[in-house]
Design a protein around this ligand. Structure first.
Ligand code: GAL
Length: 417
């Protein structure tokens, strides 16, 4: 061995050569559930921005809409003491991990970077628990959207419906023309999304808030009967392939002209974009029927586990700073279909659906019409949401179950918690 080669290998052995030794720490392993075509494309926007700062994003993706499978994997990884550096999660999940004392406190970073001033004030109370920032908000989605295939609506001479009566009338025409009215994936959370949209439509924001609060009078009311009556009507508007279908395959039905409508959060837009479809030309994005003055929000967060060394903490901090960078906020939101979680950004860069989301939220704020999504874990603890998921799923697939039966099952389930 030459002297130089000896010095090199000795330095390697002692860990004196900075670049190779740190390289393995300059990464963050992120557990997430962004696995559809459009979602994977959006993740790339974050990966690229992070790579530009010398940090690699190690992907730990777990398929399954709204994260139930990913949350399961996260639990087992934490139990086996091999947590990822970070995980995508909704507000309620974040609160659970924070209460367990397992998340990194990001307050130092938040103070240094001025998150109090930059992050939307309305969502901050969800992140600051006992004075500590428990996660970094990444992006805001909206669940009360109706997506439609423009050509199919034209075929039956219909305009996008503003309320459920109009929707039902158009669905009748579509069926008569041999077109599936509603693209639906029969999975419990997708039934749930229908339910939360119809609760808001039939009852308005105050009623919706009462339901979240577990108000028995609201849950037993005639309004709730009319909510389940409308859910029951939807059974007749979906195709036979609906049970078990993933949400993005339902979106593909609208994209390909196999169904006219889908009620889905704005992550659906990423699928239309990936297929090269133009908003307001090939497809439309409007408020879900009857929810015009309202905005049902949910936020995806990144929460970080303390994996124990300064290098990995620094990499986590860099990721948090990257996602809140105003340019990255917009780059990501454009791809994901969401809107930024910061106050100041270049609104003009959003497409027509993104701008509509932003304008609708502003107008809903003025009417106290902004409410959290139940089925994307922004509104209530998991056990309570679980009762709703069970009841609405059973209801949808059991035509003999009446709206009154569903309400009784809800009350019974909630009372047992
Ligand atoms: C939501 C999540 C979105 C999107 C969607 C489908 O719960 O917040 O980012 O991934 O589920 O999985």
């Amino acid at each position: 061995m030459t002297k130089a080669a000896f010095r090199f290998s000795a330095a390697m052995a002692l860990g004196l050569m900075a670049a190779p030794v740190h390289a393995e720490n300059q990464s963050v392993e992120m557990l997430h559930f962004w696995t559809s075509g459009g979602e994977a494309e959006s993740v790339r926007a974050l990966q690229d921005a992070l790579a530009a700062k010398g940090i690699a994003w190690k992907d730990a993706a777990v398929a399954g809409g709204t994260g139930a499978n990913a949350y399961q994997v996260l639990r087992s990884r934490v139990a086996s003491k091999t947590p990822p550096s970070g995980a995508q999660m909704h507000i309620q999940e974040t609160l659970v991990w924070a209460r367990e004392g397992l998340l990194r406190d990001l307050s130092g970073l938040a103070a240094k970077d001025g998150w109090r001033d930059s992050v939307l004030a309305s969502i901050q109370p969800n992140y600051v628990v006992d004075g500590k920032w428990i996660a970094v908000p990444v992006t805001m989605h909206r669940s009360n959207w109706l997506w439609y295939n423009t050509a199919l609506l034209k075929k039956v001479g219909a305009e996008p419906p503003k309320d459920w009566d109009e929707f039902n009338a158009i669905a009748g025409k579509l069926k008569a023309a041999g077109i599936t009215p509603l693209a639906l994936g029969g999975q419990n959370w997708q039934y749930g999304d229908l339910l939360e949209n119809i609760i808001l439509a039939k009852g308005g924001p105050e009623f919706y808030r009462k339901v979240i609060a577990g108000d028995h009078e609201a849950i037993k009311s005639e309004t709730m009967v009319s909510v389940f009556d409308q859910v029951a009507k939807l059974r007749g508007y979906v195709d036979e392939g609906s049970p078990g279908r993933d949400w993005n395959l339902a979106t593909a039905m609208v994209i390909n002209g196999e169904a006219a409508f889908q009620i889905m959060g704005d992550w659906a837009k990423a699928e239309f974009a990936l297929a090269g479809k133009q908003p307001d030309v090939d497809y439309g994005c409007v408020s879900a029927p009857g929810t015009g003055g309202g905005f049902v929000w949910l936020v995806d967060n990144f929460a970080f586990f303390d994996t124990g060394d300064d290098a990995s903490r620094a990499a986590q901090d860099t990721l948090a700073e990257t996602v809140l960078d105003p340019k990255v906020q917009v780059d990501f939101a454009i791809k994901k279909g969401s809107i930024p979680v910061i106050r100041d950004f270049d609104n003009a860069r959003l497409d027509v659906c993104g701008r509509r989301s932003f304008e609708d939220r502003t107008s809903a704020e003025g009417k106290n019409g902004v409410v959290p999504s139940i089925f994307h874990n922004a509104a209530m603890p998991g056990a309570q949401t679980g009762v709703y998921l069970d009841v609405v799923s059973e209801f949808f697939v059991t035509p003999s179950m009446t709206s009154q039966d569903a309400i009784e099952a809800l009350i019974e389930g909630l009372d047992q918690l």
